[in-house]
Design a protein around this ligand. Structure first.
Ligand code: SAH
Length: 228
């Protein structure tokens, strides 16, 4: 069996060949962050399968190509302050931290909000093992409200399916700034990319995707989730 390192290089190479990965910063980050450290023990052997994997509490770590595409769309830069909604395993947060806090002179930071406290603990443990705990603050709460205390953010990323962009997140996005979120119904979405520039929000749709639902004040209610 190939080592995790070899498997990681191979999957990144495939994503570059497929045209999903272009930005050298994002490529470097995906080559660096060990995804196997963000996956429950019994599934580690699937760490470099390009699929979502269960992480408990009905939630999933996104497929590698999805992390690649979202990070490319977000276009984080070294030194940026980033807000993530939906910490899950902490893997996406680590990829972002690798770019904003470790590349070049660093200096950036990632704030990541998770509504399930057990998953927040799981993510903190994973981030510690991977060496990112200093650069990522994991908070427990309803991420649709954002985190005013550290706003404005250069970049905002939502990694759960939203009915629309939660207004507090747009308010907390800096100018210039970029926000990426999967927007649609609970079963099918497309990425929505918002670029804030000179006081204007320029919106653009990206690829189709399927995420677990964003549950909160500006997301879905738990009741809606289980209705069908
Ligand atoms: N980015 C994660 C994957 C996210 S899965 C990773 O890299 O592993 C989506 C996560 O969003 C789930 O853990 C879910 O509990 C969380 N979530 C759903 N609604 C939320 C909300 N309102 N605030 C914060 N987290 C939320």
């Amino acid at each position: 069996m190939l080592s995790f390192h070899e498997q990681r290089s191979r999957v990144v190479e495939l994503l570059v060949d497929a045209g999903y990965l272009r930005n050298p910063r994002v490529i470097k980050a995906l080559l660096t962050v060990p995804r196997e450290l963000f996956i429950p023990e019994e599934m580690k052997k699937y760490a470099y399968h390009d699929t979502p994997l269960p992480i408990g509490w009905g939630q999933t770590i996104s497929a590698i190509h999805m992390v690649a595409i979202m990070t490319e769309e977000l276009d984080p830069e070294p030194g940026n302050k980033v807000l993530e909604v939906g910490t899950g395993s902490g893997y996406q947060a680590a990829v972002l931290a690798e770019i904003v806090a470790k590349q070049d002179t660093g200096g950036g930071h990632v704030y990541s909000i998770e509504r399930i406290s057990e998953l927040a603990s799981f993510a903190r443990k994973n981030l510690e093992k991977a060496g990112y705990s200093e650069h990522v603050t994991v908070l427990v709460g309803d991420g649709t409200l954002g985190y005013k205390e550290a706003a404005p953010y250069d970049r905002v990323i939502v990694t759960a399916a939203a009915p629309d962009i939660p207004p507090p997140l747009l308010e907390q996005l800096g100018d210039p700034g970029v926000l990426v979120a999967p927007v649609g119904d609970q079963y099918f979405q497309r990425l929505l990319i918002v670029e804030k520039r000179n006081g204007r929000n320029i919106k653009r749709w990206g690829i189709e995707c399927v995420f677990v639902p964003l549950i909160g004040k500006y997301g879905w209610s738990v009741e809606e989730r289980w209705k069908n």
